[in-house]
Ligand binder design. Structure first.
Ligand SMILES: O=C(CO)[C@@H](O)[C@@H](O)COP(=O)(O)O
Length: 258
């Protein structure tokens, strides 16, 4: 017969400030150091959303996978970008649960945490996810219209049209499923979730931010082009060669995407 007494609670390692920064910690030193690097990256990359005009108020979020772990880092929900700092980023498991006892864990994580977690669980090569409400990309999403590949920039960066994902309600796996279903096997690192806005993925958080910047710029340019006349498509073989060159030759061999 089993004992009626409740089991002893498991011993937890209290957070300690091993590195003196006041960040990370019920982790082994290597994981703690990796978490701290991603905290710093994710916090500062929100400044890029502001710099490139992709967000108003708090309407966008960046997350980054902690390499070699089943963790990712995301921002707290609804907190001013001016107040974001490494120590108030939130560490989550790939199920989207906040890791208790870690700095920042006293706040609610981004309302898109479940979507980011779903992407990390189902796209193992993805190391960063970004969501914004950038104006032109949202305007295409409001029409549920893909952005056609009519400029070399789109061919380079996205390898074809930027697709539309399904309408999905925030809060559960629906948005994540829509992102994964749309982008799996697709060259594009951006999806326009219908009536909502762009979600982008990358090899790390900075790469996903770059995709968000390029997506908005492409949305704006093609929108303006269409006001003045008919759009001219790029032949598929030219799209293929532009994409191939940009992914494999452009930039430096040390770039993260290589
Ligand atoms: O789209 C929405 C809310 O509808 C969110 O992505 C956006 O407001 C940002 O929310 P968080 O501040 O990350 O919780």
């Amino acid at each position: 017969m089993s004992s009626p007494l409740p089991a002893e609670p498991p011993e937890t390692t209290p957070p300690t400030d091993r590195d003196g920064t006041g960040t990370s910690l019920p982790f082994d030193p290597e994981t703690a150091a990796a978490v701290d690097r991603v905290r710093a990256d994710v916090a500062s990359l929100h400044g890029e959303l502001v710099r490139y005009g992709l967000v108003v108020w708090t309407g966008g979020n960046v997350s980054g996978r902690v390499p070699g772990t089943d963790l990712f880092v995301i921002k707290p929900s609804g907190v001013s970008y001016d107040d974001l700092a490494p120590e108030n980023m939130i560490v989550c498991t790939l199920d989207g649960e906040v890791v208790p006892g870690t700095p920042g864990s006293d706040r609610s994580p981004s309302s898109d945490t479940a979507a980011h977690a779903y992407v990390y669980r189902n796209m193992p090569d993805v190391g960063g996810v970004v969501h914004t409400h950038s104006t032109y990309a949202v305007a295409w999403a409001a029409r549920a219209e893909e952005i056609p590949c009519v400029i070399t920039q789109i061919a380079d960066e996205f390898g074809g049209p930027i697709p539309v994902g399904p309408f999905a309600i925030i809060g559960d796996d629906s948005i994540g499923r829509g992102i994964v279903d749309t982008l799996t096997g697709h060259r594009s690192r951006a999806v326009l979730m219908q009536n909502h806005g762009p979600f982008t993925i990358g090899v790390n958080a900075a790469d996903a931010v770059k995709a968000a910047v390029m997506c908005e710029d492409a949305a704006r340019t093609v929108h303006i082009a269409r006001q003045a006349g008919e759009l001219v498509p790029i032949p598929q073989d030219k799209i293929d060669s532009l994409f191939n060159r940009y992914q494999n030759v452009y930039g430096q061999s040390s770039d993260d995407r290589r």
